[in-house]
Design a protein around this ligand. Structure first.
Ligand code: ADP
Ligand code: X15
Length: 394
């Protein structure tokens, strides 16, 4: 990575504004998945142990520039304190005099979590005044919020114009793993793309077609490809305005020698519900009144074989409606194949990470990204604004 990191700076006695992504799922005020908090611990520990005065900032949810009581960060600072094994002070605001005084009282090694930065309308607008107010709190800016690095906001981008700006360990690790894989992939290189819509994966498919040996397509978006091949897809998910594009992708794959594979059998149903009747049919035998919900056993086996023979696997998006147990088997079979593969496997966050966790296989995967949208943008070959804003290495 050509950006400076916290390894490159002296932090003792300095006030460090560290942007993290503590956007964790909450149910009735309880955190249901604390992975994002755990992922930021190495950076926070390092800063604290090296004598920095650590000022943490994060968004939580999408409060749209207003104070939303349920989206206060208090449950997060409590959990962080347990995980860190040291007190974490919780500010009731993110900028202003009271916070400035709280920061002034911080001693070396102490940690303060600011209130949700999205309570301020200026955050998502990348407002220069708000960036200035954040910058006034600190001597150094650290960005460890990989999950929010695709956002050009005041606390992820604007603030970096006013302070020395470096990457944290999580940011560094996310960028180097996915970045190195995409720049200099071990081969065979296989990408598995699932999820609901072609629309959301256009950039990813375009970019990956330049790089991969195998492109395995399943999930909701595969039916638009099957339609483009002239197959009957019944009531399955279809994006009529993307049929030509799907055909174009298949032509490009052929021209570039990429092995683009679609499902060969499908689990179908006549009703979109958790306990609907499920039936497996060949891909050219989808009944008119039924819809595809999952990849069938033959497809699972074929995909698993290719994954087993790969040196690098990138997976984004579930291969079926995995929220319904009956239609989760295809996604779980792929999760198992990815976990079993000897090569490097990278999971692009979001639903695929949830599927791997649900299958109990998280420990067996090389890298599970903490950012869904951010990793998708990296896979599209885009530069993330939160990364671009950081200082280059000399
Ligand atoms: N065959 C299908 N029919 C309808 N929905 C599907 C199908 N396969 C997958 N999905 C849905 O796609 C959704 C995830 O899509 P998406 O948000 O694009 O994935 P990700 O978050 O991994 O990027 C899931 O809610 C899943 O139920
Ligand atoms: O959860 C996040 O993104 P993700 O669901 O794409 O992984 C990040 O915290 C960014 O949040 P946002 O999409 O509200 O800007």
């Amino acid at each position: 990575m050509n950006k400076r990191s916290i390894r490159d700076v002296d932090v003792r006695g300095k006030r460090v504004f560290c942007r993290v992504d503590f956007n964790v799922p909450l149910e009735d005020g309880r955190i249901t998945d604390d992975n994002r908090i755990r992922a930021a611990l190495p950076t926070i520990r390092d800063l604290s142990q090296r004598g920095a005065k650590v000022i943490l900032a994060s968004h939580l949810g999408r409060p749209k520039g207003e104070v939303v009581e349920e989206l206060r960060l208090a449950p997060v600072s409590r959990r962080l304190s347990e995980l860190l094994g040291q007190p974490v002070a919780q500010a009731s605001e993110a900028v202003g005099e009271a916070v400035e005084e709280q920061v002034a009282r911080l001693k070396e090694g102490e940690v303060l979590l600011l209130e949700n930065v999205r309570f301020y309308p200026g955050e998502e607008k990348n407002d220069p005044d708000l960036s200035q107010s954040f910058a006034r709190l600190a001597d150094l800016y650290v960005n460890d919020a990989f999950g929010a690095a695709h956002r050009a906001h005041a606390s992820t981008a604007g603030i970096a114009q006013h302070l020395p700006a470096v990457a944290g360990f999580l940011m560094e690790q996310e960028l180097s793993t996915l970045g190195r894989a995409l720049e200099n992939p071990e081969r065979p290189f296989t990408a598995i793309i699932g999820g609901a819509k072609v629309k959301d994966k256009i950039g990813v498919i375009e970019n990956l077609l330049e790089k991969v040996d195998h492109l395995l397509i399943g999930g909701g978006l595969s039916y638009t490809f099957l339609k483009a091949k002239g197959l009957e897809i019944g009531q399955s998910l279809l994006e009529p305005d993307k049929i030509d594009l799907a055909r174009e992708f298949m032509n490009q794959a052929e021209a570039k020698g990429v092995n683009l594979l679609l499902p060969e059998d499908i689990v179908v149903t006549d009703e979109f519900s958790p306990d609907a009747r499920a039936e497996t049919v060949a891909v050219d035998a989808i009944p008119k009144d039924m819809q595809g919900m999952d990849i069938g056993p033959k497809t699972r086996e074929r995909f698993a074989q290719i994954i087993a023979d790969s040196r690098l696997v990138i997976w984004n998006g579930p291969l079926g409606v995995f929220e319904f147990d009956r239609f989760a088997e295809g996604t779980f079979a792929i999760a198992q194949a990815v976990a079993d593969s000897d090569g490097l496997s990278i999971i692009g966050g979001g639903d695929s990470a949830a599927a791997i966790a649900k299958a109990g296989l998280s420990e067996r995967v090389g890298h599970i990204s903490t950012g869904g949208g951010a990793s998708l943008e990296l896979m599209e070959g885009k530069t993330l604004p939160g990364v671009a804003a950081l200082n280059d290495k000399d």
